[in-house]
Design a binder for this molecule. Structure first.
Ligand SMILES: [Zn+2]
Length: 426
C-alpha cells in the first residue's frame, strides 16, 4: 500500500492517540512521508514548511484508524446457514468481498484481521489491497476454517453430497487436522480459524455449551500452524472449550463467552487476546424474529449475550486484552454497522469510552501482529488516521454514522471521509 510523500498537518481538534492516555485538546498531528512525525499539543508542533498539506479537524477528534479484529469480508447478508457457503459462486463472492472492504474503510476501519473466509478469497483480497487495486483495510488473512465432522460448521446433510469445501475443512482426528493446516499453509493464510465449540445457532446438537473439536485435534492444529509461523484462533463459547484452546496454545480466543476463573488465569498467563463480537448477539436477540430465528435460538443468544458481557468485564478488570470485532455480514448485523460494537461496549457492557477505543485501535493492531506500525498515533508509525467531526470520547456513537467522518488516512494518503469526497469533486 502506497504511502504519501511530503508533509501533512492535521490540527484544530483533540487527539486520542490510542495508547489509553487522556485526550490532548488543541492538538496537532504531523505526518512526514506517510509516517507520524509528531503527535501532541499544537503549541509543541515543529514548524511547518509552506507547502505542507493541511487538514482541519474542525474541533473534532484526531485518532488512529479503527481495527476490525474479527472481519468476514466474504459474508454478505447471511440469513440462513446455507447462505454462508453455497449461496453464490466464488466469482461473485470475491466481488462482494471487495465491496465490503471499501465500505469498511469508509467507516473508518483502516485495518482488519479476518475471522475466516470462503475459498481463499482473503489472501487474494489482501494482495489487491496491498497493491492499491481496491480500497479497504490493511488485511491480515485467514482462510477456510477448521471444524470437526458433525460439529457446528458441518451442517450440510450428507445426502446433498456437496461437503463444506468452500468454507471449512471438516476434520476427524489429528491426521485430518494436520492435513487441513498444511493446505492452509499452501494457501498463504496468516491465521487459522477453528471451531472448538458450538453456538446458540444450533441448539440441538451443537449449542454454545457443546465441544466440537477434541483437545488433541486442537493441539495438532496449533503445533502444525506454529511450525509454519501461522497463528491460531477459535470460536470458543463453552467453558471447557476455552480452556482446551488456551492449553493447546491458541494465539487468540474468539468470544470466550463462558470463561471461568481457571480459564481467566490461563488467559492472563500468556496474555492471550479475546475478540468478543458481542453486538452480534444483541442484534440476533433484537432482530431475530424478523429473520425467522426460532425462539430457542434467540434464547441461546440472550444467554450468550449476558454470559459474554460478564466475562468481558472480568477480563478487562483483570488486565486482559480485548479486541473489537463483530461478525458483521449477517442480515441482522450487516456490513457497515461495525462501530455499533464500540457503542454497545460503552452502553451495555460498561466499558469506558477510552478503554473501548484503545481495544479498537492499539489492541487490534497487536492482534494483527502489526503493533510496530499500526494502532496508535506515535512518532514513527504509519499514519493510519481517522478525523471525526465531534467529540468521540464524549459520544462514541458518532462513529456509527460515516457521515461524521471527515477523513480516513492510510499511510498519510486521504482515502475516504467527507474531505476526500469534496476533494474528488474538484
Ligand atoms: Zn466469525
Amino acid at each position: 500500500m502506497k504511502t504519501a510523500t511530503g508533509t501533512t498537518i492535521v490540527s484544530n481538534g483533540q487527539l486520542f492517540d490510542g495508547t489509553g492516555a487522556p485526550p490532548v485538546s488543541d492538538a496537532a498531528l504531523v505526518i512526514e512521508n506517510g509516517r507520524i512525525h509528531y503527535a501532541g499539543p499544537a503549541v509543541g508542533a515543529p514548524a511547518m514548511p509552506a507547502e505542507a498539506r493541511r487538514i482541519d479537524a474542525r474541533g473534532g477528534t484526531i485518532m488512529p484508524g479503527l481495527v476490525e479484529a474479527h472481519y468476514h469480508a466474504t459474508y454478505f447478508n447471511i440469513e440462513k446457514l446455507e447462505d454462508l457457503d453455497i449461496k453464490y459462486p466464488v466469482e461473485y463472492v470475491s466481488l462482494l468481498a471487495s465491496v465490503n472492504c471499501k465500505l469498511a474503510l469508509e467507516c473508518g476501519y483502516t485495518a482488519a484481521r479476518s475471522g475466516g473466509c470462503l475459498f481463499n478469497c482473503d489472501v487474494w483480497l489482501k494482495k489487491a489491497l496491498e497493491e492499491d487495486l481496491i480500497p479497504g483495510p490493511r488485511l491480515v488473512a485467514s482462510g477456510r476454517e477448521i471444524c470437526s465432522a458433525g460439529g457446528l460448521m458441518d451442517w450440510n446433510p450428507d445426502f446433498r453430497k456437496i461437503g463444506m469445501d468452500g468454507l471449512v475443512f471438516c476434520i476427524n482426528g489429528v491426521e485430518d487436522a494436520r492435513k487441513a493446516v498444511r493446505a492452509l499453509v499452501k494457501d498463504g493464510v496468516e491465521w487459522v480459524k477453528t471451531y472448538p465449540t458450538g453456538d446458540a445457532a444450533w441448539p440441538d446438537q451443537n449449542d454454545h455449551h457443546t465441544l466440537c473439536m477434541t483437545f488433541e485435534e486442537m493441539h495438532a492444529v496449533v503445533a502444525t500452524a506454529h511450525n509454519h509461523k501461522l497463528k491460531v484462533t477459535g470460536h470458543c463459547r463453552a467453558t471447557e472449550g476455552i480452556k482446551n484452546a488456551l492449553r493447546a496454545g491458541y494465539d487468540s480466543i474468539e468470544h470466550a463467552t463462558f470463561i471461568d476463573d481457571e480459564g481467566l488465569e490461563l488467559l492472563l498467563k500468556r496474555d492471550v487476546p479475546v475478540v468478543p463480537g458481542l453486538y452480534f448477539e444483541q442484534a440476533s436477540v433484537v432482530r431475530g424474529k424478523e429473520f425467522g430465528l426460532p425462539q430457542r435460538v434467540i434464547e441461546g443468544h440472550q444467554e450468550t449475550l449476558e454470559g459474554g458481557a460478564a466475562s468481558y468485564r472480568k477480563i478487562l478488570k483483570a488486565g486482559g486484552r480485548i479486541g473489537m470485532g463483530g461478525d458483521y455480514g449477517f442480515g441482522w448485523n450487516p456490513h457497515g454497522d461495525y462501530a455499533k460494537e464500540l457503542s454497545f461496549f460503552v452502553k451495555y457492557v460498561g466499558f469506558s469510552p477510552l478503554d473501548t477505543l484503545k481495544c479498537a485501535t492499539k489492541t487490534g493492531a497487536e492482534i494483527m501482529g502489526r503493533s510496530a506500525d499500526l494502532g496508535t498515533l506515535e512518532s514513527g508509525k504509519l499514519a493510519d488516521v481517522l478525523v471525526v467531526d465531534g467529540d468521540v470520547v464524549k459520544n462514541i456513537a458518532l462513529l456509527e454514522d460515516r457521515q461524521n467522518i471527515l477523513a480516513v488516512l492510510q499511510g498519510g494518503v486521504l482515502k475516504a471521509g467527507r474531505l476526500a469526497t469534496k476533494e474528488f469533486a474538484h
